[in-house]
Design a protein around this ligand. Sequence first.
Ligand code: SF4
Ligand code: SF4
Length: 378
Amino acid sequence: MVTRTQIIDQGHKLGFEDVGFTSAAPFYDHKNLLDEMAQAYDWADGVGLDLKNGVNPDSILPGAKTIIVLIEPYFNRSYPPAMEAHFGRCYLDDDRVTKDGLARRIKAFRQFLRDAGIESRVPFNLPHRVAAARAGLGTFGKNCLFYSNKVTRGGSWTLPIAVVIDQKFSPGDPTVRTECPSWCKNACIAACPTRALKGNSRIDPKRCISYLTYFGEGITPLELREPMGMYVYGCDRCQNVCPRNQPWLAKQLPPNERVAAKAADFDLHLLLHMDITYFESRIWPHMFYMGSDTIWKWKMNVARVMGNSRDERYLPDLEQVFNESCDDRVKGMAAWAMGQIGHKKTGLLLKDLAKNHTGQVLEEILLALQSLGGKTSP
Ligand code: SF4
Ligand code: SF4
């Protein structure tokens, strides 16, 4: 019979930086939260995330007795600044499709358990952060993120992996609580540009930039375009401003070569003009929440970012995507972005385009012309 210590040692041997145990009791409080916020999470089923089923480990593995939680730091190497500027860090080295990194180590861990006669499951829908806190591995911040006790110097740059097993091991002492220093004046809540953080350790997921970038429907509402700033996919703002994360952010990290090698593929110009083949071969295997049928969302997000950059060098790109795209949402955002950047020639161009368009696209062109106002440069 394998011991608790042997399991912890094996976790460390495979590169997980902390390992804990909690019982497989249902997450009743989390279920209540999901019930209370049913409307805020009504999108989850549509993307194949059965959150309600995840609160009961026994429905994931009949006879479940324990959850082992492995703490994986996803930011223990530095990322190219251009990638960090536009993408949430937790998505930069995600191998859930390529299965060539973390997935292999999880597989090896499960094989170790199997060899010891232990059956396991690694579900996506179990509340893994709550499981980690219940195992005593860390606490929460008011930004609703999990802060590890030991990993990334107490920061939130970790991915807790919940492994449900069919054998009993003694659990850790739960630390399911918010533990922010009293002197932090809610920096994360103040910094959240879309007011997604409610201030009571709750988040409205549908207002979070991460959600809006990949699950948002239709053209991004006007009032969110500037607040969503420079993020194409994901958002790290409430983590970047958090004092609990500063010790790790101050650390000199070695470069993440895997991410550096693919960074050129994520250049804004290439993303704006990519075709399905490029998307499916270079982008989707790494960031897969949007499929080929929603490639317009990528382009719309990139156009928004270009507009928010106020960089005149993007004007030819925006004009090109306006002309080459058949999607009104992309055209509309390209027009908005041209208006944000502002240029005398853009005004003339937009007036010209207005003659040949109707509906949503025309509305966006007129809005863009309005916003050009005083900010046109020769
Ligand atoms: S990730 Fe961004 S949008 Fe979401 S809660 Fe944090 S700061 Fe707000
Ligand atoms: S910014 Fe302040 S309030 Fe928000 S999670 Fe960090 S310590 Fe807590």
